[in-house]
Design a protein around this ligand. Structure first.
Ligand SMILES: Cc1ncc(COP(=O)(O)O)c(C=O)c1O
Length: 385
C-alpha cells in the first residue's frame, strides 16, 4: 500500500512543474545574474520574474522582496537586521513564547547585545492576547515579531490588529508567515506589516530558499551577509538561481490553487477530526476555527504521542510530534507549554498536516489506523477505552 505523507508543515514535495522550471538552471541556463553578457542578462530576467511571482503571492511590489536561504534566514534578517538598525532608538522587542525557534533564538541573540525581549502571553488556543500585548509596548519598543500561523497547532494570529497597534505606536512589525503564505491569503496591502518571512519548501518549492518582504520606506536593515552587493546590498552572495526560479514557480502555483486547496484540505481535516472523535479521551490543540486549514494537532488520553507516531510510521503514515524543525527532538513543546497545556497532555500530542497529495480515501485509512492503534495501546496498558 502507498505511503501517506501527513507532515506538510515540516516540508512538502517539490511540485513537478517547479522541478521542470528549475532543471534548465542546473544545465545550460547557468548564468550569474550579475554578469553583464547575455547569459547573465538571461539569468537576471529569470530572477526578476521569480521576484514578481513571489511578490504577487502576498500582493507586494517585487522591489520589496529579498531572496534568502529560507525561513530561518528571513526571520534572522528581519529581527537582527531591524534591531541593529534601530538600536539607538530603543532596545525592546515584543514577541511570544509560541514562536518558531528561528524567531526565539534570534531574540536570544539580541539579548546578548543588550536588548530586552518582552513576551506577550498566548491563550489556551495559542492566540496572542491583544490587551496584555499593548500593555508591554513602551517608547523603547522598536519591533514586534509575531507569527501569522503556528506550525505546530495551526492557530492563526490576529496580525491585522497587531499591525494596526504597531503602526499607531510607530513600531516596526515583523510576521513569520512561513506556515501561512501559500495556505491562506496573505495580503501586505491589507495587513499593516513591515517585514514578512516566507519559505519555499513549505509551498512545494525547493529547500534552501526563502524571502523576506521589506516594506518600502522602512529604515535600511543591517545585513547579516555582506558581499558583492546582491539583493540591493540587503543580502550578499551569488543568488541560488535554481532555488529562486523554483520558488517563483511554487509561489505562482500557490496563488493559483490557494482557495481551492484550502477548501478541500479544510474538508479533509473536518473528516479526520470527526472520524477520530468516536474514540473517548481525544483532545484537540489549537484554535477550533481560526486555524490553518491543513493542520490538526491532537492527543489521546493515556497514549504517548511518540508511540502513536512510530506505530503509524510502521504502517507507512508519516506524522510528527514536537516542533516542525527540531528533527529527532522529543523535548516538550514550547508552543503547547506557552498555551498552558499540562506536560502529560503535551507528550500525547501528534500533529497531522495535510497537503496536495492527500485525498478522502487516505483520510479514511488514517482514521482507521488511529482508532486501531490507540485502542490497542490502551488495551495493552490496561486503560479502559
Ligand atoms: C513558522 C516557521 N518559521 C520558520 C521556519 C524555518 O524555515 P526554513 O526551514 O525555511 O529555514 C519554519 C520551519 O518549519 C516554520 O515552521
Amino acid at each position: 500500500m502507498n505511503a501517506i505523507y501527513l507532515d506538510h508543515n515540516a516540508t512538502t514535495p517539490v511540485h513537478p512543474d517547479v522541478l521542470s522550471a528549475m532543471l534548465p538552471l542546473l544545465k545550460d541556463d547557468f548564468g550569474n545574474p550579475s554578469s553583464t553578457h547575455s547569459r547573465g542578462r538571461s539569468a537576471r530576467v529569470k530572477m526578476d520574474e521569480a521576484r514578481e511571482q513571489v511578490a504577487a503571492l502576498i500582493h507586494a511590489d517585487a522591489r520589496e522582496i529579498v531572496f534568502t536561504s529560507g525561513g530561518t534566514e528571513s526571520d534572522n534578517l528581519a529581527i537582527l537586521g531591524a534591531a541593529r538598525a534601530l538600536k539607538d532608538k530603543g532596545r525592546r522587542i515584543v514577541t511570544t513564547r509560541a514562536e518558531h525557534p528561528a524567531v526565539l533564538n534570534a531574540c536570544l541573540e539580541l539579548e546578548k547585545e543588550g536588548f530586552i525581549i518582552d513576551y506577550a502571553p498566548v491563550d489556551e488556543f495559542g492566540r496572542v492576547q491583544i490587551e496584555p500585548l499593548s500593555a508591554l509596548l513602551t517608547d523603547e519598543t522598536i519591533l514586534i515579531t509575531i507569527q501569522s500561523a503556528n506550525s505546530e497547532v495551526g492557530t492563526l494570529q490576529p496580525i491585522e490588529r497587531i499591525g494596526e497597534i504597531a503602526r499607531q505606536r510607530g513600531i516596526l512589525f515583523h510576521t513569520d508567515a512561513v506556515q501561512s503564505a501559500g495556505k491562506v491569503p496573505v495580503d501586505v496591502q491589507r495587513i499593516p506589516v513591515d517585514l514578512l518571512s516566507m519559505s519555499s519548501h513549505k509551498m512545494y518549492g525547493p529547500k534552501g530558499v526563502g524571502a523576506l518582504y521589506v516594506r518600502r520606506g522602512i529604515p535600511q536593515l543591517v545585513p547579516l551577509i555582506v558581499g558583492g552587493g546582491q539583493e540591493k546590498k540587503r543580502r550578499g552572495g551569488t543568488e541560488n538561481m535554481p532555488g529562486i526560479v523554483g520558488f517563483g514557480k511554487a509561489a505562482e502555483l500557490a496563488a493559483r490553487d490557494l482557495a481551492q486547496d484550502a477548501e478541500r484540505l479544510g474538508g479533509l481535516k473536518r473528516r479526520l477530526r470527526d472520524g477520530v472523535s468516536v474514540l473517548p479521551g481525544v483532545r484537540f490543540f489549537g484554535h477550533p476555527t481560526d486555524s490553518l486549514p491543513n493542520t490538526l494537532n491532537l492527543g489521546f488520553d493515556g497514549v504517548d504521542g511518540q508511540t502513536v507516531m512510530i506505530r503509524l510510521d510502521l504502517e507507512g503514515m508519516y506524522v510528527s510530534t514536537g516542533t516542525a524543525c527540531s528533527s529527532g527532538s522529543v523535548l516538550p513543546s514550547d508552543v503547547l507549554s506557552a498555551m498552558g497545556v499540562p506536560e502529560e497532555h503535551m507528550r500525547q500530542s501528534i500533529r497531522i498536516s495535510l497537503g496536495r497529495s492527500n485525498g478522502p480515501a487516505e483520510i479514511e485509512r488514517v482514521v482507521d489506523s488511529l482508532i486501531r492503534i490507540v485502542t490497542d495501546i490502551r488495551e495493552k496498558q490496561g486503560v479502559p477505552s
